[in-house]
Design a protein around this ligand. Sequence first.
Ligand code: NAD
Length: 278
Amino acid sequence: MTALPIPNIALNNGTEIPQLGLGVFLVQPGETERVVSDALEVGYRHIDTAALYGNEAEVGAAIAASGIPRDELFITTKLQNSDQDRPHEAFERSLELLGVDAVDLYLIHWPMPEVGLALGAWRALIEIAESGRARAIGVSNFEIEHLQQLLDETDVVPAVDQIELHPFHQRRELTAFCAERGIAVEAWGPLSQGKSDLLERPEVTSAAEAHGKTPAQVVLRWHVQQGRIVFPKTTHRERMAENAALFDFELSGAEVAAIDSLEAGTNFGPDPRTLNAR
Ligand code: NAD
């Protein structure tokens, strides 16, 4: 099985991450092994899962069945909210389910600011990274104030912040904050989760026509051209190939600006400042 030509990005501790992967949020456990196996056959080497998704074991089964050497794969998983008070135990469980000795990236899934456990969990992730069982550690859904707390209280800068980001919700202040501090941005919901008319907007379709690409490829190219890491979700093999064919064309400055103009401050997922449910 040959890997697709996807560039790597160097994280702030030197770990290299493929800029594009496959996300498996809402992929049912019964379907996950097939979906991940298809993605690995298509040439993906980066899989983004989470304890919360309930499909780590099936991701692990696909990895094991593929025979691809472990060091050619990049596996991300996340500490779920209900486990923020027992991060070490939760991490061990994720390793066991995935059937690996180490993950490439381990993230705190949500800050849950009113619960107040994120800083303690971050200290645990630092210990996990020091033990070598997570090559890099980071966070997800952290706003500036949540990141600032980790920067003030510990010596380890998160390698990534995985946040909802798409043309309708571009998070410019947060992404500038991350850029200044060497925190790579991972855009979740890069296609707005299929919950909007993004792929029908003329700003997107006109660029698609001009380049002989699909609207999804244009939006994903808009992300990668700005240095973000993306892992669009699809269960369809043809779309896996489509979503990864982003590295043979370039959007013009005017095309990028037209997509930038879609900013509307619209999020389709929960607000990280108010999600505190464990
Ligand atoms: P997404 O923006 O990737 O949208 C997925 C949907 O887009 C699919 O269900 C499909 O309807 C559509 N789609 C995919 N490829 C397409 C194509 N080529 N043409 C037309 N439509 C297409 O949304 P997502 O799955 O929520 O986000 C991607 C990944 O981000 C997830 O799978 C997960 O790994 C991660 N994620 C993380 C968090 C978090 O809190 N950290 C939250 C949500 C998602």
